[in-house]
Design a protein around this ligand. Structure first.
Ligand SMILES: [Cu+2]
Length: 490
């Protein structure tokens, strides 16, 4: 029997958390793409960009099942506007976005703008809306004038089929530009990382119940729908990479040996000081804003395996799948020639960030991820239950009632042998502590990983927008099985 967990010791750097990468004996999910995958090595491409003008953006987003170009072949998947990923939306603080979501799928869907600080009510970022097949839903998002810049994303959020639809190809990036942009670069690239499993004929493969309970990981890991594309630049050029982890469950520990990428943003806003990539791990839903001053030579952007715990060994008495045991996955090949100039020197500091550590706290609560044997809960989770505090999601129940205009401190526990990424809609979280260890500098995230059998402490300023929305596990299979709760701010 396997031990319950092979958790490595959690360490923390100035930028926050790190899960130590370990090798292991888990399933070998990824083969060397350069040898076996003829699609690897295409030139890097990016999704179409839709940019706001004069404070407005009107978007029509059509979700459909069809043939899409994926990993260098024609695949039968879902997609927005005929592409995977969907178009990149480029916005500015203060913008109003009017978005018509057209559902050409044969199942219900809806839309969530992940990380945006906008109203969750009415036809705002309201994940309780359901868009039936054949119907069109108009969403309208008004970004506050002081909306934090950064890279965000959109994807479906209809409880019960979120994992299938994101895995199936429905996601796209959102960039909120910085009105006080002081970061000049030679090239900016949006990089959406996702994973999917296709059969030989190019059709979507639905993972087994066991894989779904663990959190499905696709066999193909894609960058903008491509398999290990080739990026080219010249030495001395400064690039900015806006990276989204759109994987359904896969954690990404990025590695770019041979270059010295600097982290200038994580999830929400610019960081006050840039930091090393080091041990930063992207849980599903997390984003990374990187500056890379290109150095001559060839290198690879890798996703190193991340141990996010094991489930079956401990809870079901068998040696079931334990992810993170495979080797590194090549996301891109970077080829840098000579002659781009002398380089740009240091990276200008960002604005100092808000710090809630001195704020008056109105309420302290604790919310705990729990997994148990199923059957007792009466839910649709299968052989296991996935809950917060023993309760599966119920859209009609209010789990946390918050006073609008106050700061709260939430301790998020995890009693289970798996890591779970905690995502709160609308209001960003300042990460204070992981297992009692303080986070030195203000770090604002909208997805916070809660390691197995651990707890983290965050503070949230519930302000600007009232209304009802959700927090949930961003391993989307867990969310679909009930690991979601409601919060009402008023
Ligand atoms: Cu989870």
């Amino acid at each position: 029997m396997k031990p319950i967990s092979r958790r490595a010791v959690l360490t923390m750097g100035g930028l926050g958390l790190a899960s130590t990468v370990v090798g292991g004996t888990g399933l070998r999910r990824e083969l060397n793409p350069s040898v076996l995958d003829p699609a690897a090595g295409e030139s890097f491409t990016e999704p179409e960009v839709l940019r706001s003008q004069g404070g407005r953006l009107d978007v029509r987003l059509e979700a459909a099942f069809g043939t899409h170009q994926l990993a260098g072949r024609q695949a039968r998947t879902m997609g927005y506007n005929g592409g995977v990923p969907g178009p990149t939306l480029r916005l500015r603080p203060g913008d109003t976005v009017r978005l018509d979501l057209v559902n050409r799928l044969e199942e219900v869907t809806n839309l969530h703008v992940h990380g945006l600080h906008v109203s969750p009510e009415g036809n705002g970022d309201n994940i309780f809306l359901a868009v039936e097949p054949g119907r069109t839903q108009r969403y309208e998002y008004r970004l506050p004038d002081d909306h934090p810049p950064g890279v965000y994303w959109y994807h479906p959020h209809h409880h019960g089929n979120v994992a299938d639809q994101v895995f199936g190809g429905l996601y796209g990036a959102i960039v909120v530009e910085d009105p006080a942009e002081e970061l000049e670069v030679d090239r900016e690239r949006v990089m959406v990382v996702s994973d999917i499993t296709l059969d030989r004929g190019g059709s979507l493969v639905t993972p087994s119940t066991m894989e779904q309970m663990m959190g499905r990981e696709g066999e193909l890991v894609l960058l903008n729908g491509q398999r290990a594309p080739r990026l080219q630049g010249r030495s001395g050029e400064r690039e900015r990479w806006r990276i989204v982890n759109a994987c359904t469950s896969r954690y990404l520990a990025l590695d770019l040996s041979g270059q010295e990428p600097r982290v200038v943003g994580r999830d929400v806003g610019r960081l006050a000081r840039d930091g090393a990539l080091g041990d930063v791990v992207l849980a599903p839903g997390n984003r990374l804003d990187l500056v890379v001053d290109l150095a001559q030579g060839s290198s690879e952007l890798l996703a190193q395996p991340v141990d996010r715990g094991g489930m079956m060994g401990g809870m079901m008495g068998g040696g079931g799948p334990s992810f993170g045991g495979g080797g590194p996955v090549t996301l891109a090949r970077v080829e840098v020639g000579s002659g781009g100039g002398p380089g740009r020197g240091g990276i200008p500091a960002g604005p100092s960030l808000r710090d809630l550590r001195d704020a008056e706290v109105d309420q302290r609560r604790s919310i705990t991820f729990q997994m148990g044997m199923g059957g007792m809960m009466g839910g649709g989770g299968g052989p296991m239950s996935f809950t917060f505090d023993g309760q599966e999601f119920d859209a009609d129940r209010i789990d946390q009632q918050v006073r609008l205009g106050t700061v709260e401190e939430w301790t998020i526990g995890n009693d289970s042998p798996l890591d779970h990424p905690f995502h709160l809609h609308v209001w960003p979280m300042q990460l204070l502590e992981v297992n009692g260890q303080e986070v030195a500098e203000p770090l604002w995230l909208d997805v916070v990983n809660v390691p197995a059998r651990s707890r983290v402490k965050v503070r949230v300023a519930f302000e600007d927008f009232g209304g009802k929305t959700v927090y949930h596990c961003h391993i989307l299979d867990h969310e679909d099985r009930g690991m979601m709760g409601t919060v009402l701010a008023q």
